[in-house]
Design a protein around this ligand. Structure first.
Ligand code: IVH
Length: 682
């Protein structure tokens, strides 16, 4: 077989197995056999780079977007859904629909499971995935294409399927077992646990590193087709029914949650909702309800939408699952900011499919008001969230014999008096050298998401703090082998490993350090954005609030918090200490400095395959020269760069708007002449 044909065969075969595995959970071959197909394809593509295409399964993980995510407008607003909580609400919905349509009998509905994830809009152009965008505010979202491409349930190209441009909407989510795996890794490393799969999925999707996103193992279910050629309708004219559309999406290789059902009327619907209320925990993903949609697109159009919701659909929300459990004790956690938070230790109890031994509690005032007492049975609830909460006591008689709970007056760790400002609900330990704060802060500093110092987990940090061996984050870099070997459960080998990890962490990306410092409001993403913009800790340290706030995505609260952090002499000392320890405080320059960006102010769109480089590389080269690269042609486009097999719609739009085009050779000339040191570059 010639290489082109073999490559073609391998891509189809790999996609078929990806679909079997990631969409249908029915693998036909072993992981090893699958890996062998991938290796063969990689080797062939390396030997024949001219045959590499962006939709090859080897190209899922691309480079980091240079400057955060671009904002994009949705084809049609992404509406939300009205909610129904009880059977009566469902019947009332059906009645409104019948009244709106002027009919006596219930029309046909489609019931789908409501996926507890994030809505996502995928754009395919002539069958190729060109864009993935988050819902955002419903009108504008964020372009997260590079991250969406790593989701292996999502095809990079459709089997058959429509030509031109279509948008397909659905939900990206984190399967339960991947969430558990991630939290297990967090726990092993002594790091804080994620609250629930949805938040973890949301954070993951907005991470700037596609390689990390790929490792997390997101998945997707799609449920809606929106076509550009028919903006007025809720579904393209070619769609005869919602049920048929779901079948079409599945036939094109898109992931469609298979338990949907066409219901002949309201009784059928109610039965479906009740069935899944009881069965939902058997699924591999979290579902928080059932979405009910009119099946017939013509009827949908007759009902239309309010400004927020379509009138032809509603979401039935499952009730939160409640159980009784024995509250063994109420403990106090001191966080890295000193906040003292009570939490419940429970007799292990199974709720909503998992065993619970800890639960969150309300703030101390609420615990007293609700009269929750240790040593009694309490009601616990799990509402979608994986970490459950205590709702209240089972026995509410104020005269019952168990003693009432009172908030401890002192920090359980350092013994200082806990403080609470009049107008706040939070108690704090204000002792700046409380070992709990240092310990929690260091746990965060060393965590995988931050400095990623393997081996420096909860237990080791605890011992180091307890023995007074570290007083600041910088001190960990001055630890020596004998000291580490003297700690419990540490041998020569593990001590050497920790030292090597510490050494390695010194050259981490600057954003990791910035995030690790634990500045209030600075999450992983905020740190990445700041580091990308300012390039060094020193530049951030001296930036004014205005300068910080002028950065895209950095709001006033974050800016003020960063400024306040660096105004604190203790924190500047810490930075000096880290510098002395040899940490990297300056990032790699990302792009040519201002003034030497010969393509600044220009916007390019790339379509089709370039033989000399991947589209990502082409984009990176243009951006390095100051140009912007977008996905759709508009009047702002400077030129359309046209490779082999270009998308028809971009090409047509460019000619309609009179936008010039450049072929690959002209594009290469542009790159060659537009170097920063050539001021006459065009
Ligand atoms: S349809 C106009 N179907 O629930 C109709 N939404 O509460 C748009 N969701 O924003 C939504 N599973 O993120 C639809 N099978 C499903 C869904 C679903 C989850 C989410 C979606 C939407 C939210 C509304």
């Amino acid at each position: 077989m010639n290489p082109a044909a073999r490559i073609h065969f391998l891509r189809d075969e790999i996609r078929r197995h990806e679909e079997l595995y990631y969409v249908h959970a029915k693998p036909e071959i072993t992981d090893a056999a699958f890996d062998a197909l991938m290796s063969e394809l990689r080797a062939l593509e390396a030997a024949h780079p001219e045959l590499l295409t962006v939709d090859s399964p080897t190209q899922r993980v691309g480079g980091r977007p240079a400057e955060g995510f671009a904002e994009v407008e949705h084809l049609q607003p992404m509406l939300s859904l009205d909610n129904a909580y009880h059977e009566e609400d469902l019947r009332a919905f059906d009645e409104r629909v019948r009244k709106g349509l002027g009919v006596d009998r219930s029309p046909a509905y489609v019931a789908e499971l409501k996926i507890d994830g994030l809505s996502m809009a995928l754009t395919y152009e002539d069958g190729r995935l060109v864009r993935g965008a988050t819902r955002g505010d419903g009108v504008r979202g964020e372009e997260v294409t590079q991250n969406v491409r790593t989701v292996r349930a999502i095809p990079l190209s459709l089997k058959g399927g429509p030509q031109g441009r279509v948008e397909i909407r659905g939900e990206v989510y984190l399967p339960k077992k991947n969430f558990e795996r991630i939290n297990q890794e967090q726990e092993d490393a002594g790091e804080p646990l994620y609250a629930n799969p949805r938040n973890t999925a949301a954070g993951t999707l907005r991470n700037l590193d596609p390689a990390l996103v790929a490792k997390r193992g997101l998945a997707a279910w799609m449920y809606q087709l929106v076509a550009e050629f028919d903006l007025s309708a809720e579904a393209p004219a070619s769609v005869e029914s919602h049920a048929q559309m779901l079948k079409d999406l599945a036939a094109w290789g898109l992931p469609v949650e298979p338990h949907w059902k066409r219901c002949a009327g309201i009784e059928d619907l109610v039965a479906f909702c009740n069935e899944w209320r009881d069965r939902r925990h058997s699924l591999a993903f979290e579902t928080d309800g059932v979405v009910i949609k009119l099946d017939d697109p013509a009827l949908r159009q007759r009902l239309g939408s309010t400004s927020k919701f379509p009138r032809w659909a509603t979401a039935f929300k499952f009730p939160a699952e409640q159980k009784q459990a024995m509250l063994k004790s109420i403990e106090i956690n001191i966080g890295r900011t000193g906040a003292a938070t009570p939490f419940a230790m429970l007799e292990p109890t199974v709720v909503a499919g998992s065993t619970i031994s800890m639960a969150t509690l309300h703030n101390p005032d609420d615990i007293v008001r609700k009269d929750i007492r240790p040593g009694e049975m309490v009601i616990i609830e799990k509402a979608g969230d994986v970490i459950p909460r205590v709702v209240g006591p089972v026995d509410t008689d104020p005269a019952r014999p168990t003693p009432r709970w009172v908030m401890p007056a002192t920090c359980p760790r350092c013994g200082s008096a806990l403080q609470k400002p009049e107008d706040e609900a939070v108690w704090r330990c204000d002792n700046s050298s409380c070992p709990s704060k240092l310990q929690r802060g260091l746990e965060h500093f060393a965590s995988r998401g931050a400095m990623n110092i393997e081996g420096l987990g909860e237990s080791l940090i605890w011992q180091l703090c307890k023995n007074g061996l570290i007083k600041s984050y910088a001190d960990i870099y001055f630890l020596d082998a004998p000291t580490l070997e003297g700690m419990e459960r540490m041998g020569k080998k593990s001590a050497a490993k920790v030292l090597a990890e510490l050494e390695k962490s010194k050259s981490n990306d600057v954003w990791r350090l910035l995030y690790g410092l634990g500045i209030r409001h600075v999450g992983e993403r905020g740190a990445q954005v700041l580091a990308d913009h300012f390039g060094s800790i020193d530049a951030i340290e001296v930036a004014s609030i205005e300068q910080l706030q002028s950065v895209h995505e950095i709001g006033p609260v974050l800016a003020a918090s960063v400024r306040a952090y660096f105004d604190e002499p203790r924190n500047r000392e810490l930075i000096a200490g880290l510098r002395k320890a040899g940490l990297k405080l300056v990032g790699e320059p990302k792009r040519a400095p201002e003034g030497s960006q010969p393509l600044a102010g220009r916007t390019y769109v790339i379509t089709g395959e370039l033989s000399g480089m991947s589209r990502e590389d082409a984009q990176a080269r243009l951006e390095a020269l100051g140009a912007k690269v977008t996905n759709s042609v508009s009047t702002k486009t400077t030129a359309l760069i046209v490779g082999a097999d270009p998308g028809a719609s971009k090409f047509e739009k460019a000619s309609a708007l009179g936008i010039p085009t450049k072929n690959e050779q002209e594009f290469m000339e542009l790159l060659a002449t537009a170097q920063p040191d050539n001021p006459r570059a065009r």
